[in-house]
Each structure stands twice: as structure tokens, then as C-alpha cells.
Design a protein around this ligand. Structure first.
Ligand SMILES: [Zn+2]
Length: 354
């Protein structure tokens, strides 16, 4: 009898509080952001956005063929739910296209967007918007992004979008008119993006990568704010991928200050997204990395996080687990130690379950 009463109570609570799928999904990837990188923000700032998350975990990042992964295979695992070979962009180990989160989102009438600090044809954003056996096929990836129906594309990489490929220089006017048919606007500067009214647009702000955080007139947070403003007009929700792209660049350069500054810029964007999601209550936020870069450690500094210095084991990536932070509906599913591909599968279920 007791069993039945408990069952009835459980059924009733399930009815009153059905498992709620998120309306919106925001995936934030700190490229190359391991535990040490996150620690630079947490130790130096009592209000670091990373401290806000109650649900935390780790991601195992190895690829289908290498213990040490890279951004293409790392992002593919998150974008599709499958591990693949290093350098592959959302194709399986036989080079067959894998279904991406963005493709499923489109079938569900959701909007999609990417905001990155590198070229939009680089490996991480490409895994969400294209399919290719090799990340170096940047012109082909650019072509695929143009036809992917991704609503908001913010980052660098103008040179890959030349309409007349016989010319060396990017022609903004020619690109703008080439987009009219498909209903996109083009914004070549941050100022133009700020005043943007288009619902679908490419904001390509540089020929290649965007400037470093300390040399930019705008923060990642500023770009994210604009993207969310545009995407949140959707009544059916959106999927947005945001990348702190240059944490990885700093790791490859073994440059302490560059890394600290990029993590700070990323953390501010994380704070903005957390704030948006806590007000919105229908947005799942997952913050993680594709892999760790630099074999980074904090080896000098004060207890308040001032004067920190980092040391590096190498100029490449490592197989160290990377942290996972999650917030919002279904965020409790992203805790503990998990495979990067399982994070992708869980994200996929959140989009499919809508
Ligand atoms: Zn890298």
C-alpha cells in the first residue's frame, strides 16, 4: 500500500512539474579553456561569472583517433553528439555528414546563431554550420555557412566571402548585394552591427580574426548582447554558440597576459548570458571547452589573484579534462564526468525534445 501511495505522489508531482525542456539553448565554448584558464578568472575576481554555477562537471575530450584532440573534432562532438577524427568538421570517421544541433533546430523552427572572435569559417563555428572532411577547406565552409540558414553570424573572416574570387580584396558592397536574395543583411563594423535591425545577418567585422580583447573597442559580451537581442525575437526559441576563440591562441603562444585577458573577456560574456537565462527561465546554458591548450598552470601570484603568472608545458593541446558549467532547464544532466560527445547528445535531446 505504502508503495502505491508513494507512486501516486510521484505521478502527481510529475504532472504538476513536468520535465521542462529549454526553449533556448546557449552553448559557450572557451577554446582551449582548461581548469587553470578558468582559475585565472575565479582567483582574481570574487564575482567571476564561473562562480555562479551550481551544476558543474568535466568533459573528456579525446577524439575518435587521437588522445589529443583539436577544435574541429572537439566542436563536432559538441555540435553532433559524435566523436570524429581530428580535423573533421561534423562528418563521421568515414567522412559522411553528421546531423548538427543547428540542423535539428531548423527543423523545429528555431533560430540559430554563432558569435566568435576568430574567422567564422574556423573549426569551432564551422562544426555547427558546415560539414567537411578537413577544417582547412575554408572557402567551401564559407559557402556552406551562406546556405546553412543560420540566422546570426558574428565574427571575422571577410576574406573567405569574396564574391569575385579572381580579386584579392573583399568587396563589401558586392557581398551585401549577393545576400539580398536570401534575405540577409551585412554589417562590416561593430558600429553597423549595434544599429542593426535585420533579423538575419552576417556581421563580419575583420578580414580574418577579430583583435585581441585588449585591442578591441567592444567586448565579446557586446557581440553576444546583440545576437541574443536578435535571436530572442523567435517565439520558437533559438540555439546560439558563442566561442571565446582566442584563449586557445594565447595558449599556443604561451602568453600569460593574453590568456588572462581573453578568459576575462569570455567570463564577462558568461555573466551576461547567465543573467539573461536567470531572467528568461527557459534557457539552458552550457559553458565548456573543446580541449585544453598549453598544459597551463598558475605558478605565481598573490592570494587575491593579483600578479598571477602562468607556466606552460607545451605550445599545443593536452588531453586534460575540461570543466563544464550548466544552468537552466535540464542543466542537471550536464554534471559529473562525461564524454564530450555525451554533452553533444544531451544537447541534441534538449533540441529534439522541444
Ligand atoms: Zn588550438
Amino acid at each position: 500500500m505504502k508503495k502505491y501511495i508513494i507512486l501516486i505522489i510521484l505521478l502527481n508531482t510529475a504532472f504538476l512539474f513536468p520535465a521542462k525542456h529549454p526553449k533556448n539553448i546557449i552553448i559557450m565554448i572557451g577554446d582551449g579553456m582548461g581548469v587553470a584558464q578558468v582559475s585565472t578568472s575565479v582567483l582574481a575576481n570574487p564575482n567571476s561569472a564561473f562562480r555562479l554555477f551550481k551544476n558543474t562537471g568535466f568533459s573528456i575530450t579525446y577524439s575518435a583517433n587521437k588522445l589529443i584532440t583539436e577544435s574541429a573534432a572537439g566542436a563536432t562532438a559538441l555540435a553532433t553528439g559524435f566523436k570524429t577524427k581530428n580535423r573533421s568538421i561534423s562528418v563521421d570517421t568515414n567522412d559522411k555528414p553528421l546531423t548538427t544541433l543547428f540542423e535539428v533546430a531548423k527543423k523545429k523552427n528555431m533560430k540559430s546563431g554563432v558569435v566568435v572572435l576568430c574567422s567564422v569559417v574556423d573549426a569551432t563555428p564551422a562544426a555547427f554550420t558546415a560539414h567537411s572532411p578537413d577544417r582547412k577547406n575554408k572557402y567551401d565552409i564559407a559557402h556552406q555557412i551562406l546556405t546553412s540558414d543560420c540566422d546570426v553570424v558574428i565574427g571575422g573572416g571577410q576574406k573567405y566571402f569574396r564574391v569575385d574570387t579572381s580579386k584579392d580584396a573583399f568587396d563589401a558592397d558586392a557581398f551585401k548585394s549577393s545576400l539580398v536574395k536570401s534575405g540577409y543583411s551585412f554589417y562590416p563594423t561593430f558600429d553597423k552591427l549595434t544599429h542593426a535591425t535585420g533579423k538575419k545577418y552576417f556581421a563580419l567585422l575583420e578580414n580574418e580574426d577579430l583583435p585581441k580583447a585588449t585591442e578591441r573597442k567592444y567586448s565579446l559580451k557586446d557581440l553576444v548582447k546583440k545576437a541574443i537581442e536578435s535571436l530572442n525575437e523567435s517565439k520558437t526559441g533559438f540555439v546560439l554558440m558563442i566561442e571565446g576563440s582566442q584563449i586557445d591562441f594565447a595558449g599556443h603562444e604561451n602568453n600569460s597576459q593574453y590568456m588572462i585577458d581573453e578568459v576575462k573577456d569570455f567570463a564577462e560574456a558568461v555573466g551576461f548570458v547567465y543573467d539573461f537565462a536567470s531572467k528568461d527561465k527557459e534557457t539552458l546554458v552550457v559553458v565548456t571547452a573543446d580541449h585544453e591548450t598549453g598544459g597551463t598552470g598558475i605558478t605565481k601570484g598573490n592570494t587575491d589573484g593579483s600578479n598571477m603568472e602562468l607556466s606552460f608545458l607545451l605550445k599545443g593541446h593536452t588531453a586534460s579534462m575540461v570543466p563544464v558549467f550548466s544552468f537552466g532547464p535540464e542543466s542537471d544532466k550536464f554534471t559529473g564526468i562525461q564524454q564530450n560527445s555525451d554533452i553533444g547528445k544531451k544537447l541534441m535531446n534538449c533540441v529534439k525534445g522541444k
